[in-house]
Ligand binder design. Structure first.
Ligand code: FAD
Ligand code: NDP
Length: 599
């Protein structure tokens, strides 16, 4: 055989076979590559050069000429040179092997499969479908330990933002009614709240949203699969779906977005799972919860405590350490003080040890009686009785049984969240993650939606814009709302140094408080500025009615790097709460009082 004949022979074999492995029968690296293809169920043609005598040597020489590679295995897929053992394994880890195999042979059921039909997943699915892709969303809700389940839309719609804000509003409505007489409303002496009626109205609205989402998906030709998805082997393009009857079905997609969110965590103490409830159960609870203990002191705990107290329910919050970890602690303490005045009791420096049932519920529409034993920081044990115990001690990412290890998606072992780069791409090239499941990012609905929308645009719309996770505004919907964007005072001092920070602040009294003589010194505004950067505002904080509305507007100022002078130059809208930010004059450093003295 001439050298040209040898090359032609190799080219022919490469052209005739989807997968060719030039191998040697004794080589352990060749065995590894063959094992990989076997595990992927991919047929290959292996030429054992050591068993082919002189012809084998000639082929190896031709391979060196063709590929510059002296060693075996020497792998080709669909006429593409993949390389040796390491390159082949790496291509598999990167998800590229499947792309190479797909060249001629692989067809996917969908261009994009999204696991999780919550805020992030639905946003990504609609955007990708708009860009002409064949998209499926699978969403499945495992019942809570108390048996609560819900429809399409994820946490926000069913057991999060929406029912929470409606119940917050229900409580504020009660508060407004109390002030009504000062505004001339002649109300009956006794006004009471009907829990069952509120739950019915809230749940009717939630169900209408579930229906609306299904309709929108249908209109946009997105396939909705009400089934639980899991990766089952090393194929990063394939998941197995299990429906509620546990009927299984395999589907494939070129790209997969994981948007599975999280579920409430229970403390590992006796009785917690049997007798406790979480936010997953509260918004559809068929009975007024009665005397309630809330364990936890962050967003969910304080918001739920706020609205329950607003309905006249006796509420106690068990605080392990501080309020609202990660938030500005001056503001967090002020929220606590206001809630205490509002009727919420706090047990600080305390964790529960066990929950026991001491009285069965008298009917399915009534709570029973629970005994809670808890331990104070000083070691003292306390025992108290409650009708309902609600745990709000954090949330776990829904990655435990997703099969991520099978495909090699990297997770943060300490919290189970998925690690991804700035493009939300995981350690496997064709698998992405967005929303609450993403490690190191905020757990907020608009964050998940933005990430889903922009990811779909980058994948299919030739866009390059990344999600900007900085300066995300947020609001804690406690009875007096707390809105913020940017840094807390603690973080600003850590970042820029205490001497470089100027804090402008003031109490203020909303006009709606004046007739009813509500305390003039509960609403508070604070701007945190960096002196060396022309007093650029890096932190905005407000404790006020409608703080969410106020913060949303001002957040654009921080995005655009507004300075204190820009706030001063802005003309206020009178009479509003927000106008306080256009007139902040007193710095904390001056030590001057910012208290209001009534009129
Ligand atoms: P999710 O909305 O949680 O959706 C994930 C979906 O995937 C779920 O339906 C889940 O059942 C499903 N799923 C999980 N695993 C699988 C699987 N293997 N196969 C198929 N389906 C699966 N944020 C705000 O911005 N403002 C608020 O006021 C606010 N209030 C909140 C109040 C409460 C009580 C809670 C709990 C959260 C609140 N949040 C709020 C946070 C917000 O709800 C979440 O950030 C948001 O829902 C996250 O969206 P997501 O798409 O990441 O996940
Ligand atoms: P977080 O993880 O923010 O807070 C958990 C709370 O539980 C902390 O106060 C923590 O105390 C306490 N805790 C943890 N373990 C125990 C224990 N074993 N015993 C007693 N207390 C314990 O969780 P949340 O559930 O409040 O909120 C989850 C996310 O949901 C938030 O980060 C937020 O992004 C989102 N969300 C947004 C809302 C909004 O936008 N308005 C509203 C509600 C939720 P410690 O400080 O000591 O650790």
């Amino acid at each position: 055989m001439t050298s040209a004949d040898k090359r032609a022979f190799v080219d022919q074999i490469v052209a005739d076979n989807r997968v060719v492995i030039f191998s040697k029968s004794y080589c352990p690296f060749c065995h590894r590559v063959k094992d990989l293809f076997k595990s992927l169920n991919v047929e290959y043609n292996a030429l054992e050069l050591d068993l082919m005598g002189e012809e084998g040597n000639a082929i190896q020489a031709a391979l060196i000429e063709k590929t510059n590679q002296k060693t075996v295995p020497n792998v080709f897929i669909n006429a593409n040179h993949v390389g040796g053992c390491d390159s082949t394994l790496q291509a598999h880890a990167d998800g590229k092997l499947f792309d190479l195999l797909q060249n001629t042979a692989r067809e996917y059921d969908y261009d994009l499969l999204i696991i999780g039909g919550g805020s992030g997943g639905l946003a990504a699915s609609k955007e990708a479908a708009l860009l002409g892709k064949k998209v499926a969303v699978c969403d499945f809700v495992k019942p809570s330990p108390q048996g609560t389940t819900w429809g399409l839309g994820g946490t926000c719609v069913n057991v999060g933002c929406i029912p929470k804000k409606l119940m917050h509003r229900a409580a504020l409505t009660g508060h407004t009614l109390q002030d009504g007489t000062y505004f001339g409303w002649m109300l009956p002496d006794e006004v009471h709240h009907n829990w069952e009626k509120m739950v019915e109205e809230v749940q009717n609205y939630v169900k209408s949203l579930n229906f609306g989402y299904r309709k929108v998906l249908r209109e946009k030709s997105v396939t909705y699969l009400n089934a639980y998805a899991q990766f089952v082997d090393s194929d990063p393009h394939k998941v197995v779906l299990s429906d509620k009857k546990n009927v299984k079905k395999e589907i494939t997609a070129q790209n997969i977005i994981i948007a599975v969110g999280g579920r409430p965590r229970y403390p590992q103490i006796p009785g917690a799972v049997e007798y406790g409830i979480t936010s997953d159960d509260l918004f559809s609870l068929p009975y007024r919860p009665g005397k309630t203990l809330i364990v936890g002191a962050s967003y969910i705990a304080l918001e739920c405590a706020g609205f329950l107290a607003g309905f006249g329910i006796e509420v106690t919050v068990m605080v392990r350490s501080i309020f609202l970890r990660g938030f500005d602690q001056q503001m967090a303490e002020m929220i606590g003080e206001h809630m205490e005045k509002h009727g919420v009791q706090f047990i600080k420096g305390c964790v529960p040890l066990q929950i026991e049932r001491i009285e069965e519920p008298s009917s399915p529409n009534a709570p029973g009686l629970l005994r809670v034993t808890a331990k104070m920081n000083n070691g003292e044990q306390i025992t108290t009785e409650f009708n309902t115990v609600l745990f709000a001690v954090g949330r776990d990412a829904c990655t435990g049984d997703l099969g991520l290890d099978k495909v090699g998606v990297e997770v943060n072992k300490s919290n189970g969240k998925i690690i991804a780069n700035e493009s939300e791409q995981t350690s496997v090239r064709n698998i992405f993650a967005i929303g609450d499941v993403l490690d190191g990012k905020l757990e907020l609905t608009p964050v998940a939606i933005q990430a889903g929308r922009l990811l779909a645009q980058r994948l299919y719309g030739q866009q390059t814009v990344l999600t900007d996770y900085t300066n995300v505004p947020t609001t804690v919907f406690t009875p007096l709302e707390y809105g913020c964007v940017g840094l807390s005072e603690e973080d600003a001092k850590n970042k820029y140094g205490e001497d470089d920070i100027e804090v402008y602040h003031s109490y203020f009294q909303p006009l709606e408080y004046v007739l009813s003589n509500r305390d003039p010194n509960v609403c508070y505004a604070k701007l945190i500025c960096v002196k060396s950067d022309g007093e650029r505002v890096v932190g905005f904080h407000v404790l006020s009615p409608d703080a969410g509305e106020i913060t949303q507007g001002f957040a654009i100022g921080l995005k655009l790097a507004a300075k204190k002078a820009d706030f001063d130059n802005l003309i206020g809208i009178h009479p509003t709460c927000a106008e306080i930010f256009t007139t902040l004059k007193i710095s904390k450093a001056s030590g001057l009082s910012v208290e209001k003295t009534g009129c």
